[in-house]
Ligand binder design. Structure first.
Ligand SMILES: [Fe+2]
Ligand SMILES: [Fe+2]
Length: 287
């Protein structure tokens, strides 16, 4: 806990220094985007590798790259909404007071992220893709709910950050798309440092007291969550907007394509290594 407290102080200090106004960037965005630009790096397009993608003309590939960016930003908005809810519930909770200074920044920064993700979606696509996640209430063992909350946040943010880092450096991308990815990464780098420490600490604190079936349940739930998180990158609504035949069939086909499987494994590698190295998962799941 002492190490986590030091991290909280250090990250809070940086967050205070980097305190930003998300509306500044928005003011410089153009009224309309140039459709002859990429908005998602081709290797991150969910149909990359499929024959359906290869058959598209260059202009259609770029249109798909725009819709995939709208999906990526929409996923972030939905993830951040539930993240904010969970963080707010944990603010100033007994036994977690030490986390409060950083939870304030975490909340503030996620709120700001939604402002620019939503501004892009609404200004340029006229919509945010709806959330598909379902959550069912259930009972938890001691510490299980907290552990799973922070572990799920971490998985989500680790995957997003790989996209952010790569796309902020991709010179092919439209300037607004590059800027969004760069702005998000700046804050997320701190969220990941915090997330990894908190997840490790909660696991060490609680897992040894969980009966075998609880530990097994936590592990399989987490693996299912990683797969479910990835499934949302293959959005049938995007394929419908591209006027593909059978959007649902294409969703399944793309998800099981070997190029996509390899890509998911590569993007998730850092996150999976962390989960295995810290003893949370016994082995890396196949995605
Ligand atoms: Fe975020
Ligand atoms: Fe974050």
């Amino acid at each position: 806990m002492a190490e986590l407290k030091r991290t909280v102080e250090r990250l809070s200090e940086i967050s205070r220094k980097e305190f930003a106004d998300p509306y500044t960037a928005l003011r410089d965005w153009p009224e309309r985007l140039d459709p002859d630009q990429w908005f998602t790096s081709p290797e991150f397009i969910s149909l990359c590798g499929t024959e359906e993608y290869e058959r598209l003309a260059q202009t259609e590939k770029k249109r798909l790259s725009f819709l995939e960016a709208v999906n990526f930003y929409s996923l972030n908005i939905h993830g951040e909404k539930s993240l904010i809810e969970g963080l707010a519930r944990r603010l100033y909770r007994k036994d977690d007071e030490d986390l409060a200074p950083y939870l304030h920044h975490f909340l503030d920064e996620e709120n700001k992220h939604m402002i620019y993700f939503a501004a892009f979606c609404e200004r340029y696509a006229g919509k945010i893709y709806p959330d598909k996640k379902l959550a069912f209430p259930r009972d938890y063992a001691d510490g299980e709910e907290d552990f799973l909350f922070f572990a799920k946040v971490l998985v989500f943010e680790e995957i997003v950050d790989v996209y952010n880092v790569r796309m902020s450096q991709d010179a092919k991308l439209d300037a607004v798309a590059r800027q969004i990815n760069a702005m998000h990464h700046r804050d997320e780098a701190r969220h990941l440092v915090f997330g990894r420490q908190v997840v490790k600490e909660l696991f060490q604190r609680h897992a040894s007291k969980w009966p075998r079936e609880v530990l097994d349940g936590v592990r399989s739930y987490l693996c299912d969550y990683i797969v479910a998180t990835w499934r949302e990158y293959y959005n049938a609504d995007v394929y419908r907007d591209m006027a593909f035949d059978d959007p649902r069939g294409l969703q399944l086909k793309a998800f099981s394509h070997p190029v996509q499987k390899r890509q998911r494994q590569t993007v998730s590698a850092g996150c999976l290594r962390f989960l295995v190295d810290s003893g949370i998962l016994p082995e890396e799941p196949t995605l």
